[in-house]
Ligand binder design. Structure first.
Ligand SMILES: C[S@@+](CC[C@H](N)C(=O)[O-])C[C@H]1O[C@@H](n2cnc3c(N)ncnc32)[C@H](O)[C@@H]1O
Length: 217
């Protein structure tokens, strides 16, 4: 059997057993398609992984960079206690509008605030506002800014919190010299003594990718 076919069987196995989508997640995906959003959301199995990680640290406040249609936001919001909150940052107003409708449809609007604008500007505003710290930061926006998101949002994450970054295991991570985008990000978090990090490979229908998980000491 071809390796790709076997990987697809593994993926189906994981998703059917551990990460079945309910109607709100399926409708979110369909609404993204209907509204012309790119299909670059995380997979269901990654959504479940984010959820397990958020639950494991008792996350009450989550900062997400890169909302798209709200697919990952739904997985994360479902890990929150009733008084929990996600602030999700999105540069594209059309994506933000579709995401708000999807979150409303999923009954999660009360948990989520979407801020529209370049992520770095929105983080600067959060710092200025002296926002409460976050338990979990999820970076999933423009890849060239990953290291900037890390340095700017790092002070907002509590000690004992998690910093997660998507799309961090790609061919470019092996081949680019000097490393760019996510390769640079992986090198940075791997070298920092105030973080304990690992990149976890993730099977996807589009092929292999990865999620970098960092624990803030
Ligand atoms: C990979 S998608 C996010 C997927 C989403 N987290 C999910 O899994 O459902 C990346 C998103 O980041 C947004 N984005 C790109 N550059 C950005 C920036 N500078 N600031 C904020 N958002 C940005 C894009 O518009 C896009 O919606």
């Amino acid at each position: 059997m071809e390796e790709d076919d076997l990987n697809l069987r593994y993926l189906n196995y994981i998703e059917q057993l551990f990460a079945a989508e309910d109607s709100a997640l399926q409708e979110t995906f369909n609404a993204m398609r209907t509204n012309g959003l790119p299909e670059i959301n995380i997979s269901a199995s990654q959504g479940k992984l984010l959820q397990v990680l958020a639950l494991a640290i008792g996350a009450k406040r989550i900062l997400e960079i890169g909302t798209l249609g709200g697919y990952s936001t739904i997985w994360l919001a479902r890990a929150l206690p009733p008084d929990g909150k996600i602030i999700s940052l999105e540069v594209d107003p059309h994506h933000a509008k579709v995401a708000r409708e999807n979150l409303d449809n999923a009954g999660l609007s009360n948990y989520v605030e979407i801020r529209v604008g370049p992520g770095l500007d929105s983080i600067a505003t959060l710092v200025k506002e002296k926002t409460d710290s976050f338990d979990l930061l999820f970076i999933d926006a423009d890849k060239d800014n990953y290291s900037n998101y890390l340095s700017q949002a790092f002070p907002l994450v509590r000690k004992g919190g998690l910093i997660l970054a998507d799309n961090t295991l790609r061919r470019s991570n092996l081949d680019d010299s000097p490393p760019s985008g996510t390769g640079q990000y992986n090198q940075t978090v791997a070298a920092r003594e105030d973080l304990v990090s690992i990149v976890v490979p993730a099977l996807r229908r589009r092929g292999m990718d990865g999620l970098t998980i960092s624990f803030k000491r």
